[in-house]
Ligand binder design. Structure first.
Ligand SMILES: *Cc1c(COP(=O)(O)O)cnc(C)c1O
Length: 365
C-alpha cells in the first residue's frame, strides 16, 4: 500500500480507519450476505445505518429534535438552487454575503429564482475580489429587515478565508450557512443557524450528496408548488427516503461520524488548529511565502499561498508531488498553492509539508 498525502480540497482524504472498516464490510456487511451497496434501503440493515448516522451527526453538532437532518443528492450546488426555490417567494427578498466563489455562486442561483418570481436577492456585502482574500466584517453587513433568510458561507474553500465568528443576522431572519468545507472542524454553535448544509466530500464523506440540517419550522415554510424532489418537506417527511438515497455515501458518512466520536471532537478541533498553525508559521516566517488570505480570516482548512513567480510555484508543486504530496495546486480559477487539511488529513502529512517548505525555501530563497 502506498497512500500519498492528499491535500485535495474535495473529494478529499478520508480517515484510513474508515476506509479499512468499509473494506472489511465490503463484500459481506456484518453477516448480511451482501455489501451495503447492494441492500434495499427499506430492508433490515440499511435503516439502522441511516438512523445512526443521523443521530451521531446531531450529537456532534449539538442540534436537537427541532431540526431535521437530510441527505440530498446534488451536493452543495443543488442547495444553492433549492434554498431560494423553497424560501424566496414572490415579492420577498433574501440576503447574501458575497466573499468568494462559493457564496457568489449561491447568490447567482438565488438571483435566477428571484428573476422568475419577482423577488430580490440582495448582496449585503461584497469582498469577493479583495486581495488579500477575506470575509466581510460585521459592520459591512447591510442586512435587510424582513428578509426571508440570510445566507452566508462559513469557509471559502478556494480563497482560503473563513469566518472566525459567525456574524449575527437580524432578529427573526433565519440564518442559513454553507459549511461545505469547515463543518465539524471547529468549535461552533450550530443552533445559531436555522439551516446549515455541506457537500459531503470535504469533511464528511464521499461526493454526491449534501447533508442538510434544517429547523422543522423552516421546512414548513417551504414552497409547495415546486417539484417534490426539490422540496425540503419531501425529504423531511420521508427521512430522506422518498426516493432511493445515496446509501453507500451515507454509510461512509456514518463511519466518519463514528470516527469523530471515537477520537473526541474537542481533540479533533485542537489538532485542526495545530495543523493549520504549523503551516501558517512557515508562511509567516519569511517574505518567501505570500499568504493569500488576511490573517484574521485565514482558514484552518484551506491554506492558500503564493510564491514570487508562477514558475517557482510549478517547481514547488512538482517537487512536492515527487515526495508523495499530491493536489497542492490552487483552484484552477485562482492558481497559486492550496494545502487543504480537513479533519481526516493526518498530522504526519502536515509535518512532511512543513519540512519540505523549509528545504525548498533554503534552496530557492
Ligand atoms: C465544494 C463546495 C460547494 C459545492 O459542492 P458540490 O458538492 O461540488 O456541489 C459549495 N460550497 C462550498 C463552500 C464548497 O467548498
Amino acid at each position: 500500500m502506498n497512500r500519498v498525502f492528499n491535500f485535495s480540497a474535495g473529494p478529499a482524504t478520508l480517515p484510513l480507519e474508515v476506509l479499512e472498516a468499509a473494506q472489511a464490510d465490503m463484500i459481506d456487511y456484518k453477516g448480511a450476505g451482501m455489501s451495503v451497496m447492494e441492500m434495499s434501503h427499506r430492508g433490515k440493515d440499511y435503516p439502522v445505518i441511516h438512523d445512526r448516522a443521523i443521530a451521531d451527526f446531531k450529537e456532534l453538532t449539538g442540534i436537537g429534535d427541532d431540526y431535521d437532518v437530510l441527505f440530498i443528492q446534488g451536493g452543495g450546488s443543488m442547495q444553492f438552487a433549492m434554498i431560494p426555490m423553497n424560501f424566496l417567494g414572490a415579492g420577498m427578498s433574501a440576503d447574501y454575503t458575497n466573499q468568494g466563489t462559493w457564496s457568489g455562486k449561491a447568490l447567482k442561483e438565488a438571483r435566477k429564482v428571484a428573476a422568475l418570481r419577482g423577488a430580490t436577492a440582495n448582496e449585503v456585502a461584497n469582498c469577493a475580489k479583495d486581495i488579500p482574500t477575506r470575509m466581510p466584517t460585521q459592520d459591512e453587513l447591510k442586512w435587510n429587515e424582513g428578509a426571508a433568510y440570510a445566507h452566508i458561507c462559513t469557509n471559502e474553500t478556494i480563497s482560503g478565508a473563513q469566518f472566525k465568528t459567525i456574524p449575527a443576522a437580524l432578529p427573526g431572519v433565519p440564518l442559513i450557512g454553507d459549511m461545505s468545507s469547515d463543518i465539524l472542524s471547529c468549535e461552533r454553535d450550530y443552533t445559531k443557524f436555522d439551516m446549515f448544509y455541506a457537500g459531503a466530500q470535504k469533511n464528511l464523506g464521499p461526493a454526491g450528496m449534501a447533508v442538510v440540517a434544517i429547523k422543522k419550522e423552516l421546512v414548513a415554510k417551504g414552497n409547495e408548488q415546486i417539484p417534490v424532489m426539490l422540496q425540503y418537506r419531501t425529504h423531511a417527511d420521508n427521512n430522506s427516503m422518498f426516493n432511493t438515497p445515496p446509501t453507500y455515501s451515507i454509510y461512509i458518512f456514518g463511519l466518519v461520524m463514528q470516527w469523530i466520536k471515537k477520537m473526541g471532537k474537542e481533540n479533533l478541533f485542537k489538532l485542526n488548529i495545530e495543523k493549520a498553525k504549523k503551516i501558517y508559521d512557515v508562511i509567516d516566517s519569511s517574505e518567501f511565502w505570500r499568504g493569500t488570505a488576511k490573517k484574521e480570516f485565514r482558514s484552518d482548512m484551506n491554506i492558500t499561498f503564493r510564491l514570487a513567480t508562477e514558475e517557482l510555484e510549478k517547481k514547488f508543486l512538482d517537487e512536492a508531488k515527487a515526495l508523495g504530496m499530491s493536489s497542492l495546486k490552487g483552484h484552477r480559477s485562482v492558481g497559486g498553492i492550496r494545502a487543504t487539511v480537513y479533519n481526516a488529513f493526518p498530522m504526519e502529512g502536515v509535518d512532511a509539508l512543513v519540512k519540505f517548505m523549509k528545504e525548498f525555501e533554503a534552496r530557492n530563497g
